[in-house]
Ligand binder design. Structure first.
Ligand code: ADP
Ligand code: ASP
Ligand code: MG
Length: 404
């Protein structure tokens, strides 16, 4: 079998963990499997590198930041190849340039376009374990790019798809996908299986266990994923097109702290205002999420919306720049200490009252809802950051009551 195995930062955080992973790889190698390993940077290395950049120059260019960040993954793959060698397993480390992992141009948030398989295949034919850097790619200028935080999962899926691998295993610091973040809700339950669509919603709504684009790609190319622990042998969670289990009403609860709310107050109440506002924002690559418009009164209206924390500054600057021109308004309010809580589940499509049940859970613990957004298979609310843990526990308990 050809197996792609991805290990996250915590799983390779120090010498002991690196050897723990190397031994697991060695066991599979000795069974005769061909193995491609994808690694993240060790422990919190990406965060450390980011703060070093900020310290030197708070306005450092995205190109240079990517140049810096890619060293994190380069360190871990080289050390892993050395560890495998120490165990008597032939291995070679490759970075994105050596593999030729082609991405779009955008620094900091590129997408994988194509992966050359020649070099990897050649190394596999030579019976080597191939250890590849996650999270990075090379653009048409031959510059390094990164795929966005958590992007190593996407590297693994893209490699699995390109090589037509028999399995793609994502090893992390929890032993599968849970009904919600097990670090926040102690009663979270491990899922045996989950569909691509549900996982994609969960990941997009903040369940950091998988990079959302990795799920998107897995669905597109039919790569079945398994999420497992790098520290024990428990079974993990399968992510695939259809699941055998009876559909639950709600498959999970997700949280996202990386969000901010902008309220544009006193806009003119006439056609084209929303278009102008969101058009200016999209031209500056600002991703807008929940949108709420007030009922017009006295010729004015308010529009509030949420953006990712990283986009907040650009969004506010953009609006301020147009306030004197096409986007007249009274004021712009910003709230940073907000978070999103979402429930996700295909079962919602055919049931009424799911949203009400969520709101009831929040009411029970006195959490105020600031914004609401829904789709066929999810309900999202915006709340204060400080209420997040309480809200998550209450909502989770409502849909997944613990048997006492
Ligand atoms: P890695 O470094 O291995 O990629 P991540 O930190 O990116 O690990 O992802 C694993 C983390 O995702 C877990 O430690 C957990 O706190 C978090 N997480 C959030 N939502 C979920 C969920 N629904 N199921 C499992 N883990 C989750
Ligand atoms: N090292 C990168 C990050 O911390 C990529 C990853 O972990 O997947 O975001
Ligand atoms: Mg991750």
């Amino acid at each position: 079998m050809l197996i792609v195995k991805k290990f996250g930062g915590t799983s390779v955080a120090d010498k002991e963990r690196i050897f723990n992973v190397a031994k697991r790889i060695a066991d599979d190698y000795k069974k005769g499997h061909e193995i491609v390993v994808v690694l993240s940077a060790m422990g919190k290395q990406t965060d450390i590198l980011l703060s070093m950049a900020k310290d030197i120059n708070p306005k450092a260019s995205k190109r240079e930041i990517d140049m810096l960040l890619t060293t994190g993954e380069q360190t871990s793959v080289a050390l892993m190849a050395m560890a495998l060698d120490a165990l008597g397993i032939p291995a070679v480390s490759l970075n994105a340039y050596q593999v030729a992992m082609h991405t779009t141009s955008t620094y900091g948030n590129s997408r994988i376009k194509r992966i050359d398989t020649e070099r990897i295949n050649m190394e596999l034919e030579n019976k080597r374990v191939v250890v590849v850097t996650g999270f990075q790619g090379v653009n048409k200028l031959d510059d390094y790019t990164t795929l966005g935080r958590g992007g190593s999962d996407s590297t693994a899926v893209a490699i699995a798809a390109s090589l037509h691998a028999d399995a793609c295993e994502i090893y992390t610091d929890v032993d599968g996908v849970y009904t919600t973040d097990p670090r926040i809700v102690k009663d979270a339950k491990k899922l045996k299986e989950i569909t691509y669509d549900e996982m994609l919603e969960m990941a997009s709504l903040g369940a950091g266990v998988l990079h959302n684009r990795s799920v998107e790609m897995a669905k597109k190319y039919g790569v079945q994923l398994v999420v497992r622990s790098s520290l024990n042998n428990s079974e993990g969670t399968l992510i695939k097109e259809e699941v055998k289990m009876e559909k639950m009403l709600v498959s999970g609860v997700a949280a996202d702290k990386n969000t901010a709310r902008i309220a544009v107050i006193g806009l003119e109440d006439q056609p084209g205002v929303a278009f102008k506002l969101f058009n200016h924002l999209s031209r500056h690559d600002v991703n807008v999420d929940i949108i709420l418009q007030s009922v017009g009164r006295d010729g004015t209206k308010d529009i509030s919306f949420t953006v990712n924390d990283e986009d907040l500054e650009t969004a506010v600057e953009t609006i301020e720049r147009h306030r004197q021109g096409s986007l007249k308004c009274e004021k712009v309010d910003v709230e940073k200490d907000v978070a999103k809580v979402s429930i996700v589940g295909a079962g919602m499509m055919s049931h009424v009252g799911v949203a009400a049940k969520m709101f009831e859970a929040l009411y029970d613990v006195g959490v105020n809802i600031k914004m609401i957004s829904t789709s066929e298979i999810r309900v999202t609310v915006l709340i204060d950051d400080k209420d997040l843990d309480r809200a998550m526990n209450a909502v989770h308990d409502k849909f997944f009551p613990t048997q006492k």
